[in-house]
Ligand binder design. Structure first.
Ligand SMILES: Nc1nc2c(c(=O)[nH]1)N[C@H]1C(S)=C(S)[C@@H](COP(=O)(O)OP(=O)(O)OC[C@H]3O[C@@H](n4cnc5c(=O)[nH]c(N)nc54)[C@H](O)[C@@H]3O)O[C@H]1N2
Ligand SMILES: Nc1nc2c(c(=O)[nH]1)N[C@H]1C(S)=C(S)[C@@H](COP(=O)(O)OP(=O)(O)OC[C@H]3O[C@@H](n4cnc5c(=O)[nH]c(N)nc54)[C@H](O)[C@@H]3O)O[C@H]1N2
Ligand code: SF4
Ligand SMILES: [Mo]
Length: 846
């Protein structure tokens, strides 16, 4: 075995690492043992030792005594010092003094910034009888803002319209949570022992025999609270791998099987695997008999989806499909690690549900070394839906929901629907959006599909506030007020994404920046003093509330308590007790506090739920405490008739091509014009979305945006490493630099996302070059999957050609900010709906 955990533990000099201490002095530094995430962002939080002098972060090191990350750090955390001390980081609140896009600012105080915001809302909304729903709050992905920004939207600003600008179909993570909520009732992740504080030594844990890494690159992304190196540790202990990915990744190169699938055809493959498993009787009969419903219906449905059928759709040989399915299904302990590619397809919600069926029919649920069911540690669940608890009910009823744009769809998620928000911006229907608040997001540079279109929407907005640790293209383009935020190193905060609960202790300072939490307290006390004076007058009160009740609503006067109804339903439910499990465990011993978590527990505590196997047998999943799963029937619903039925989604899955991909497959003229499928946005070690571009070290490793082409394509187009090429389709174009990948399928290219150049001119039309290399000039909004979920942003058709030195040619920045964009017909006039046979759609001017 390549990896012996005990040997690793025995090798740590515990005295030198001050085991059990949270802070000490060493060589003139103060050393703090805490958790952090890379600055600005990451989905995780890893154990570190931070070395500070005079309130400044000078050094960082992984903490080998942290059981979560075992001292391993990515280059982004190793480079934290450069990230947080970046000289051009905004130091105080700013007010725009020039025109939008001129990048002219004036320093103002926090008092003036908050007064300006409060007065604008009063004068332009409240005094005119307009509701707070005219404010749209934009947040990005979970870099320790997922609890805080939606909460700010609901509790401070009082709007129900909280979401991601232009991010059609909520194509990140949400399809996976909804797809599994429907069938299993809980979320499955691969068991690499991460639920246990004693990790790989835990006596109940067994390493998986086979892990399928499917549509993700966990080593680079460490996505969704899951560290990729845990899988490497499994590999070193003997786990074998299957990679399902159009590109050859590191895992793919170390796998027994690599299925180089045509992008966005994963559902066809998953259905074929089910076909192999059910026809060859490889399923776990006992598990199905006791714990699953509708197996016969599923078996009958998948009988049509043979490996030979899937081979044609996925462009993977039938024998390879069959062999890989057997390899997974016959393993005693199989597990599936899935990723973003699952969310960025039009049939994404059915794909997620179908792949969760693969776990279920093989009995790979909640037993050691399979997919275990996890929840946020200690049931601390302040998420997107919590916000709505604090918004007044009449305003809440006006939330921009999916049915407004996609007829036949039912709103079943907490956030406002992205396409409905687009439409409100573009047409003023059902009401205009007057104010745009962006915090923890950099819309036009990254999250917005159809970025040029989003620019058209936002340039008209009456009032805009951007809160961010860094100046961004989004801030320069639209902000009237800029609020500087703290990074992880300056911020007292906590996070749970599964387990453990982790505390992040502030170790340094940055001028007048406030943390997300401090901003909530300041803004809430200004705009909603009655509630905030009672509940969250101070930062300490806010942090305590997170641990005690997870921001849920309770009224000490009436004794009533409410929780958000969670992942699936809008609204709230009355509950007998809103306290978190952390409160229940630690309230009586007086250690239920941020301070105690930091100082007495070295910043972390594992919860029991995620550490327990076979929870369905033990009655831990259902609210009533009976055995079974948190589904209507109490069984895993292999065909989710009840839930998908209620959501308006066909319960039996069928593969659907996006409109573009169907045309690309069927229309030779179109394919001749746009010969490539442009996969995009695979993560890199250096960057987190549009972040880290300021850091010289990252740019040394990765100076410019790279578009991968195959060796064959390079030869055909006479391309050399480093050549600039245009990537173009009907939506727009952008340019990136060629990188030749000899393993890439010649029909595909791969482009990076999130690029801008902090070192270049901020003002319009250049705008830090954010539109020049932006692959979201080529993606589109409005084409979503069933339920309004999923958007095919990761596989678009494109052509390529070499850039010339033509100085008269307008840059994409000029096209977007001066010439009206690449298209002149962006407005959403016609609805876009699924037809009843589920395989085609109608409408379509979008
Ligand atoms: N073409 C294409 N586009 C994509 C993707 C793709 O694969 N391909 N991926 C998509 C996905 S999955 C996602 S989730 C979106 C992400 O899109 P976003 O979440 O909008 O990501 P960023 O553009 O990095 O913007 C994040 C901003 O938050 C700031 N920030 C960092 N840390 C903090 C913090 O602690 N508090 C606050 N308040 N702000 C902070 C950063 O400085 C940065 O400006 O992008 C999407 N865009
Ligand atoms: N360093 C870094 N880490 C990050 C981020 C970041 O920007 N940088 N972003 C964070 C966010 S918000 C997210 S959502 C996650 C995403 O992280 P992951 O879930 O790991 O997803 P990606 O990195 O986008 O996955 C890319 C893999 O999917 C493959 N792929 C593309 N299309 C398809 C397809 O149709 N089918 C299949 N089977 N595979 C396909 C690509 O070839 C690539 O190898 O990462 C998070 N972590
Ligand atoms: S996963 Fe990497 S970048 Fe993220 S917090 Fe951990 S070490 Fe830092
Ligand atoms: Mo994401």
């Amino acid at each position: 075995m390549l990896f012996d955990y005990q040997e690793f533990l025995d090798g740590i000099d515990r005295e030198a690492y001050h085991e059990g201490e949270w802070q000490w002095e060493e060589d003139g530094y103060t050393v703090t043992r805490t958790y952090t995430y890379s600055a600005p962002g990451c989905h995780d939080s890893c154990g570190v030792l931070m070395y500070t002098k005079n309130g400044k972060l000078e050094k960082i090191e992984g903490d080998p005594l942290d059981p979560c990350a075992n001292g391993r750090l990515c280059m982004r955390c190793l480079n934290l010092v450069e990230g947080v001390n970046y000289a051009d980081r905004p130091k105080w609140p700013l007010k725009r003094v020039g025109e939008r896009g001129e990048n002219k600012w004036e320093r103002i105080s926090w008092e003036e910034a908050l007064d300006t915001i409060a007065n604008w809302i009063h004068d332009n909304l409240d005094a005119k009888g307009l509701g707070r729903e005219s404010i749209f709050v934009n947040h990005g992905t979970g870099r320790n803002i997922s609890s805080w920004v939606p909460f700010l939207g609901g509790a401070c600003l009082g709007t129900p319209d909280i979401g991601a600008i232009g991010f059609s179909g909520y194509s990140c993570y949400l399809p996976r949570t909804c797809g599994t909520a429907a069938g299993i009732g809980d979320f499955p992740i691969v068991d690499a022992s991460e639920g246990h504080a004693d990790r790989y030594n835990n006596p109940d844990w067994v390493r998986p025999d086979v892990v399928v890494v499917w549509g993700c690159e966990p080593l680079k992304s460490n996505a969704d609270g899951y560290l990729g190196h845990w899988l490497v540790a499994c590999m070193q202990q003997g786990t074998r791998f299957i990679s399902v990915d159009p590109q050859l990744t590191w895992i793919g190169a170390h796998a027994d099987y690599w299925l180089p699938i045509r992008p966005s055809t994963d559902l066809a493959l998953a259905l074929a695997w089910l076909n192999v498993i059910t026809t060859e009787e490889l399923q776990d009969k006992e598990f199905i008999e006791y714990w699953c419903a509708y197996y016969d219906e599923l078996k009958e449905h998948v009988a049509q989806f043979t490996p030979e059928w899937a081979a044609k759709v996925c462009e993977v040989p039938a024998d390879l499909i069959r062999d890989a399915a057997r390899f997974y299904a016959t393993a005693e302990r199989g597990a599936i690690q899935w990723g973003l590619a699952f969310d960025t397809q039009v049939d994404s919600i059915q794909l997620c549900q179908t792949v969760s069926n693969l776990m279920s029919v093989c009995g790979n649920i909640d037993k050691p070394g399979t997919n275990i069911l996890v929840r946020n540690g200690f049931e601390i669940n302040p998420g997107y839906a919590t916000a709505q608890l604090y918004c007044d009910p009449d305003t809440f009823a006006k939330k921009l929901t999916v049915d407004l744009v996609h007829p036949g769809c039912t709103q079943f998620i907490g956030m406002a629907d992205c396409d409905a928000v687009n439409r409100a911006f573009e047409t003023g229907e059902p009401y205009p959006i007057k104010m745009f608040w962006s915090q923890g997001a950099n819309g036009i540079s990254c999250s917005a599909t159809a970025a040029p279109r989003v620019h058209k929407m936002l340039e008209k907005v009456e009032f805009c506030v951007v809160a961010d640790p860094y100046m961004t293209p989004t801030a320069v383009a639209y902000a009237d007020i800029f609020l500087p935020l703290k990074t992880t190193a300056e911020r007292d905060s906590m996070r749970v994404w599964w387990t453990p609960l982790r505390a992040m202790k502030a170790v340094s300072e940055w001028y007048e920046a406030k943390s997300d939490e401090e901003l909530i307290v300041a803004l809430g006390n200004k705009l909603n003093p009655e509630l905030f004076q009672k509940r969250w007058p101070t930062l300490d009160a806010l942090l305590q509330d997170y641990l005690d009740v997870g921001f849920n609503l309770y009224d000490p006067e009436t004794g009533k308590s409410y929780k958000s109804a969670g992942r699936s339903k809008a609204g709230m439910i009355e509950v007998p007790d809103v306290h978190t499990d952390f409160w229940k465990k630690h309230h009586d011993d007086g250690t239920c506090s941020f301070k105690s978590l930091v100082e007495d527990r070295c910043g972390y505590e594992y919860d029991d739920f995620c550490a327990t196997y076979y929870k369905y047998e033990k009655g831990l999943l259902r609210a009533d405490g009976t055995p079974g799963f948190a589904t209507p029937s109490g069984r895993i619903e292999l065909v989710p008739f009840a839930t998908f039925g209620a959501w308006g989604i066909p319960p039996l899955a069928e593969h659907v091509e996006s409109l573009t991909m169907r045309r690309w497959m069927e229309d030779p003229e179109y394919r001749a014009e746009y010969p490539f499928i442009c996969i995009n946005g695979s993560r890199s070690y250096e960057f987190f979305h549009s972040e880290n571009r300021q850091q010289a070290t990252m740019r040394e490793f990765h100076p410019m945006p790279l578009v991968k082409v195959s060796a064959q394509t390079a030869e055909e187009y006479d391309l050399h490493e480093g050549d600039w090429i245009w990537i173009e389709n009907t939506e727009g174009r952008c340019r990136q630099k060629v990188h030749i990948d000899p393993t890439l399928n010649p029909n595909y290219i791969h482009a990076e996302h999130g690029w801008w150049f902090p070192e270049e001119e901020p003002a319009f039309p250049h705008l830090y070059g954010t539109f020049d290399c932006n692959i979201n000039n080529l993606t589109a909004s409005y084409e979503t999957g069933q339920g309004g979920i999923g958007n095919p942003l990761k596989s678009v058709a494109a052509k390529i050609y070499k850039c010339t030195e033509d100085v008269n040619e307008p840059t994409p920045g000029e096209v977007v900010t001066k010439l009206g964009g690449f298209r002149d017909d962006y407005v959403a006039t016609e609805p876009f709906a699924w037809t009843h046979d589920n395989t085609t759609r109608e409408g379509g001017r979008f």
